[in-house]
Design a binder for this molecule. Structure first.
Ligand code: ZN
Length: 206
């Protein structure tokens, strides 16, 4: 049976603190006051190993670089990026590595407004080559949105972007026994968020 993520109130103080750090960093990004540590000293310190606090799945879109958006420095976020922030076995393996071996207590799934992959899945889902796999993975979010949104394409796509994030939050543990086990033991929480390209702000979905 799938382990349910705890509600926001039930989050451990540690995870709450990590989310707060991400929100604060995003706040600095929005006002153009980044302070993230990418110094030579920090790079040298990290030669001994990495201890990131967050695993993060986000879209490959060049306008959505997670370290910049959250104003985090070297060694702070374990990142997996795929077009449309969807997972396959290899992406799941990477997320398992982050949660199990690097012991990140938070896995954040980050979608974003104006996502080309989600828009393509709505407009022209018949893509050639391996792109087809990405479209297939986004399709359920499009279908769900089509039943709830009547109106402009932009409205449907923006709902689908959130649906796609929510779907990943749900199916990642369904597809990964390791991650489901960690959630069950209270060692991992998966949370969704959407980056608003227009303002620079990240909206946490819970
Ligand atoms: Zn995208």
């Amino acid at each position: 049976m799938t382990q349910k993520n705890p509600s926001l109130k039930e989050l451990s103080p540690n995870v709450k603190q990590i989310i707060e750090t991400l929100k604060t960093g995003n706040g600095r990004f929005v006002i153009g006051m980044r302070v993230s540590n990418i110094t030579d000293t920090r790079r040298q310190e990290l030669l001994a190993g990495q201890h990131p606090q967050v695993s993060l799945l986000c879209c490959s879109d060049s306008r959505v670089p997670p370290e910049l958006i959250f104003d985090r420095g070297l060694g702070e976020i374990f990142v997996v990026r795929t077009a449309g922030n969807v997972v396959d076995d290899i992406a799941l393996g990477s997320l398992e590595y982050g949660a199990e071996h690097l012991v990140t207590p938070l896995l954040l799934v980050l979608g974003h407004t104006r996502c080309g992959a989600v828009t393509a899945a709505y407009q022209s889902p018949d893509m050639p080559g391996h792109l087809k796999k990405i479209m297939e993975e986004i399709k359920p979010a499009i279908e769900l949105s089509s039943t709830s949104v009547r109106g402009k394409k932009e409205d449907l796509v923006s709902v689908a972007i959130k649906q796609n994030v929510n779907r990943m939050v749900k199916i990642i543990p369904e597809r990964s026994e390791i991650l489901q086990h960690l959630i069950g033991k209270g060692k991992l929480v998966i949370i969704g968020a959407v980056y608003h390209m227009e303002t620079g702000e990240v909206e946490f979905l819970r």
